[in-house]
Structure formats: structure tokens, C-alpha cells
Design a protein around this ligand. Sequence first.
Ligand code: FES
Length: 145
Amino acid sequence: GAPVDADISHLQPGQMLTVSWRGKPVWVVRRTPDMVQKLTGNVTELRDPGSEQSIQPNYCQNDSRAINAEFFVVVGICTHLGCAPLYRPAIGSPDVSEDWQGGFFCPCHGSKFDLAGRVYQGVPAPTNLEVPPYRFLSESIVRVG
Ligand code: FES
């Protein structure tokens, strides 16, 4: 499959956009400073905080699972049975849980992921969401693939 370019020049902090790469949805989330800061806390609730078991380029095996912590690029497919997780960035989303800290929620069987796509313990998804290979062509263009 050919690479695909995402134009992030109009992406506001907290927003997400989707591009299609090899028939898969790839999300780009522009994380706020608060979102980035949260990625280093609460890691004991995560199944694989160091992303040892998940698929990502070596250059994204870090706390933010990203080249630049402000921009999170991830394949939007649940690692359980392939449903589309929902982006739920707000704290305490009513359809997830009152103590929800923001992240991605899969409505099919209730898997929960943080804002770096890292899976929480006690849910069906076995691994963190997949991060595809990508690079920045400029400040406003991300090339996926
Ligand atoms: Fe996402 Fe089962 S497909 S929890």
C-alpha cells in the first residue's frame, strides 16, 4: 500500500483526524499538554506500559508512543476483535466510567486504552493499539506508511 499524508495544519489541541492507510483508519490526535503529562502517571493500571508486546516502530516505544508527544498517530482498530474504539478525551465520560481519565473506549466488549493507546488491565484487548510507521514531512504534514 502507498503511504498517505495527513494534513495536521488545522488540527486543534484535543482534536483527532482520520486518514485511511492500507484500508485501515489511522488517527492523528493532537494532544494537549495536560494529556501528554498524564501519560507518565497511572501506569500501574496499564497492562503493558512499556509497549513490550505491542506493534509500533522502535522510535515510538516511549511513554507517549510517538515521535513528537504532541501528535499521536495510531491505527484505530481494537486489538481484541477489530472494532472501532471511540475517542473519549474528556475526564469522566458518562459512557465509560466516572473515573475515566480520557482515552479510547471500545464499545464492543469494553476495552479501554489511554491517550497513548495503551490498554488497561482487566479488559479483553490483549495489547496496546498499533502505531504505524510514519514521519513528519513538515510541521503540517505527517506521512503514514
Ligand atoms: Fe474491542 Fe472486543 S473488539 S473490546
